[in-house]
Design a protein around this ligand. Structure first.
Ligand code: ADP
Ligand code: MG
Length: 364
């Protein structure tokens, strides 16, 4: 089922009686979510992710704009009639019911023509439980399950009605690191197996990048960029997107373009033919540095962190907008830690220029 968001906007009235200032939680969101894909809705806290998801679910009514599931305009449909499955951060299972009863619950509430026989309901419940691999735990109470198992039950409960669209709001936030990794792979597997169009909300860029077909990066209610994870990482539209994606984060320097060269301080780090002379912000991905004794970019070496396959070199540079410059270099390269300075050349395709005022990307 494709999902179309058309000029979707949500404005909350001011909560403060004195000031009339409204909150534009979501502003003019346009996107056609392709059928059967997993979309990662990504951005910092407060950027409008949950509000977008709640509008798709029907829990919140848009101030303006329309929502379509396939060709159906569902904007005015209630949540129950949209055919969605919802999973929240806190699993919200019924504590007095067994796993089986929790999963059956949405089916028992079906009315009229949708009403199911006990047998069919059980079959569906076991199918959903198998999908999330908890069919062995059907007679337990939620209190007898780990956090990860509880979240699987919540996912099974969302899947049991065979939703047209699956909506997940930070579903892994309450899990510890290892379980988070495992459960996100699980969600991806289930999504692929069922082919249900899925919107996955998270503030964790790595999580979104790793499981999404496409990511949507939001900031203050506004969509910044939509694309395949790698494509957005390799081609960020603005400084915000460049900074939001990637660990360690991108290194940012104050620089300038002069006569076809990019300068960081006095160092000409890159030739650019297509950019005019101007002050710029220079973004260099950590993997964009090459150890090079004759390299133009000199940084003051502070520390070398061994990470096994790679080493992370921490240094400082007067033109850096971040407190430190962090590069990731293959561990085969030997860093001379007796020296005070580390010299780099820069991989052009790992280097981005941004307008100093608008922070929009400058092509070169
Ligand atoms: P996210 O999920 O990305 O953290 P939200 O969608 O929850 O962000 O919130 C977006 C913005 O809308 C925030 O500024 C938030 O304070 C505001 N907001 C969310 N819900 C309400 C509400 N019910 N009333 C007023 N403001 C709200
Ligand atoms: Mg939220």
């Amino acid at each position: 089922m494709k999902v179309v968001l058309q000029n979707l906007t949500k404005v909350f009235p001011s909560r403060n009686r004195k000031s009339k200032e409204e909150v534009v939680a979501v502003s003019d969101f346009n996107f056609e979510i392709p059928d059967g894909k997993l979309i990662g809705l990504l951005g910092p806290s407060g950027c409008g992710k949950s509000t977008t998801l709640y509008m798709i679910s029907g829990l919140q009514k848009p101030t303006s704009g329309r929502i379509f599931f396939g060709d159906d305009d569902v904007t005015d449909l209630s949540t129950e009639n949209r055919g969605i499955g919802l999973v929240f951060q806190n699993y919200a299972l019924y504590p007095h019911m067994t796993v089986k009863q929790n999963i059956l619950f949405p089916l028992q509430n079906l009315k009229g023509a949708d009403k199911m026989s006990r047998e069919d309901m059980l079959e569906r419940a076991y199918y959903a439980a198998k999908l999330v691999q908890i069919d062995e735990l059907m007679d337990r109470k939620p209190s007898e399950l780990s956090g990860g198992q509880q979240q699987r039950v919540a996912i099974a409960r969302a899947l049991v009605k065979m939703p047209r669209v699956l909506l997940l709001d930070e579903p892994l936030s309450n899990l510890d690191a290892r379980l988070r990794l495992q459960t996100r792979e699980e969600i991806r597997r289930i999504q692929k197996e069922t082919g249900i169009t899925t919107v996955f909300v998270t503030h964790d860029q790595e999580e979104a990048m790793s499981i999404s077909d496409m990511i949507v990066v939001m900031k203050q209610g506004m969509v910044q960029q939509i694309g395949a994870p790698q494509e957005v990482y390799d081609n960020p539209k603005n400084l915000f997107v460049a900074k939001f994606l990637g660990t360690p984060p991108i290194n940012v320097f104050y620089g300038r373009v002069k006569s076809g060269k990019v300068y960081i301080g006095e160092a000409a780090v890159l030739d650019v033919t297509g950019a005019q002379d101007q002050e710029v912000m220079v973004g260099i991905r950590p993997e964009g540095f090459v150890l090079d004794e004759n390299g133009p970019l000199k940084c003051k070496l502070s520390n070398v962190e061994v990470m096994g396959r790679d080493v992370s070199i921490v240094s400082t540079n007067d033109a850096s907008a971040n407190p430190v410059v962090r590069s990731i270099i293959n561990a085969d390269n030997k860093v001379d830690t007796s020296k005070e300075t580390v010299s780099y050349s820069v991989k052009p395709y790992k280097c981005f220029l941004f307008n100093k005022e608008t922070e929009e990307r400058i092509e070169f």
